[in-house]
Design a protein around this ligand. Structure first.
Ligand code: G3I
Length: 449
């Protein structure tokens, strides 16, 4: 990154483990409340991870927390280009391997970070340009993804390629100067090298609907339309003292494109409502079925890259902060479970022939519910859709998002809005609504326009 380590924050706007070894569950009252971040997130089908480094593996107080609380880890620096290919064609995987092996021994999943980035490039790559750089970059993706093949839940294939400010366009960099198609070339190479890893685009200052996140949204939509392999978007979420009011809406619109969303580098400046912002981010992720996990960018405040801002969940002594409790409580309050999104190498489900289908997921409480409805196109693309839902007697729809409704009780019809009417063959989108009373029980009927 071209911005100095300490100066950079000023520019910022402010896999579920197969075995959750560290999970401990306490029984409070009649409901089970998990007592660690990882166990609690796992109850909604999500992972809760932390950025770490191989040099921390010998820090016992630190590792006690990492092993107890987290079900996923991501190397903060150990898998970056400068770390893995310090000289061209000479690869060093020792630290990355140590982290992967630790994760495997604890039943944690691993996020890979990051195959290509304009920052933290080795000197030899910084001195290349044009076709030589393109070919070195693609070789790097192929070699590194092949080395870790089968061990990575999600790869940040490309990191921070969009510009800040209002342009919504790409950031200038040596990689960008090799041609606008460098990002899709990287994703294709990563898929070929490790077909089982979810492939993510990751960026910061994307913590709401703004020009930069919209630029990324348009790229993802284009990739999905053209079959460029992309499975997820990482929203870094290095946050200041406020949270954009469109934070959840932004997650939702990416999910509606048919990609998973992951909160990848969460940290929040202390001094404002730190606990409240951490909790709000957690709730926003839980509210979107395709938001599949949260990673905090470090464990203790003293481990953070944001020196002096104390932006994490544990203090320097490893004590849980108010922000920790706020996140745990938010996780325990739950949300819709994530759809079981299989790794990309699994055969995709066969699309329903023609038309569309709708599947409804409920998050109910005494007297009300929120419903998430996934609309999936059949073997042909649809250019508009409507979904009929039978709302049980005595209840009514009070609020709808990503659709409009006709009627609020009895038989209610939901129609697409402008931006989600078109669904590619086999693709899907989601809308939701909130209601009073008991949630709908019958499978909704979908009609393609
Ligand atoms: O390891 C060397 C050490 O040998 C040397 O003595 C020391 C002298 O400065 O530097 C050490 O390397 C530092 C490295 O962190 C490990 O601590 C680098 O200088 C320093 O630049 C590097 O900072 C990392 C930064 O990315 C690089 O841009 C931070 O730890 C890391 O948290 C940060 O992470 C990024 C994500 O990758 C992408 N998103 C933003 C995020 C925060 O900037």
């Amino acid at each position: 990154m071209t911005i100095p380590r300490k100066g950079r924050f000023a520019m910022l706007s402010a896999a579920v483990a197969g075995v959750v070894v560290a999970a401990s569950v306490a029984v409070t009252g009649s409901a089970e409340a998990a007592t660690t971040l990882g166990a609690s997130a796992a109850q909604t089908g999500r992972y809760f991870g932390a950025a770490t480094s191989a040099f921390k593996l010998s820090d016992t107080p630190y590792m006690t927390i990492l092993n107890r609380e987290f079900t996923s880890l991501v190397p903060e620096n150990d898998m970056k280009w400068d770390a893995t290919e310090p000289q061209q064609g000479r690869f060093t995987y020792t630290n990355g391997d140590r982290l992967v092996s630790h994760a495997q021994s604890r039943g944690m999943t691993v996020r890979g970070h990051a195959l290509l980035w304009h920052a933290q490039q080795p000197a030899w790559a910084q001195s290349l340009s044009g076709a030589a750089l393109r070919s070195a970059a693609i070789n790097h993706v192929t070699q590194v993804a092949t080395h870790f093949r089968g061990k990575i839940h999600s790869w940040d294939v490309v990191n921070e390629a969009f510009a800040d400010g209002g342009s919504g366009g790409r950031r200038d960099s040596n990689l960008q100067r090799t041609g606008n198609d460098w990002i899709e070339a990287a994703f294709r190479a990563a898929r070929a090298a490790d077909p089982g890893a979810r492939l993510c685009y990751n960026d910061y200052n994307t913590d709401g609907i703004n020009a930069k996140s919209t630029g990324i949204y348009n790229m993802v939509r284009d990739f999905k339309a053209r079959g460029v392999p992309i499975d997820c978007v990482g929203l870094q979420s290095h946050l200041g003292t406020t949270l954009d009011s469109t934070y959840q809406q932004n997650i939702q619109r990416f999910a509606d494109l048919g990609v998973d969303v992951q909160i990848t580098e969460l940290d929040v400046q202390q001094g404002g409502n730190q606990a409240g912002i951490f909790a709000a981010v957690t709730r926003a992720c839980l509210a979107v079925a395709r938001c599949t996990g949260i990673t905090v960018w470090g464990v203790r405040d003293s481990d953070s890259w944001r020196t002096g801002q104390n932006p994490l969940l544990f203090d320097a002594n490893g004590n849980k902060k108010a922000a920790y409790t706020a996140v745990l409580d938010a996780l325990n309050a739950g949300g819709p479970t994530t759809p079981s999104s299989p790794p990309p190498s699994s055969p995709p489900p066969s699309p329903a022939p023609g038309g569309c289908t709708a599947a409804l997921t409920l998050n109910s409480w005494n007297g009300g519910y929120t419903a998430t409805v996934r609309v999936t196109a059949g073997t042909s693309a649809v250019s508009g859709w409507s979904v009929g839902v039978a709302v049980p007697a005595g209840g009514a729809v009070t609020n709808t998002w990503n659709a409009t409704n006709t009627g609020a009780s009895g038989q209610v019809t939901f129609r697409n809005v402008g931006y989600n009417g078109q669904i590619a063959a086999g693709g899907s989108t989601e809308f939701g609504f909130q209601g009073t009373g008991t949630g709908p029980a019958a499978t909704p009927a979908c009609t393609a326009a």
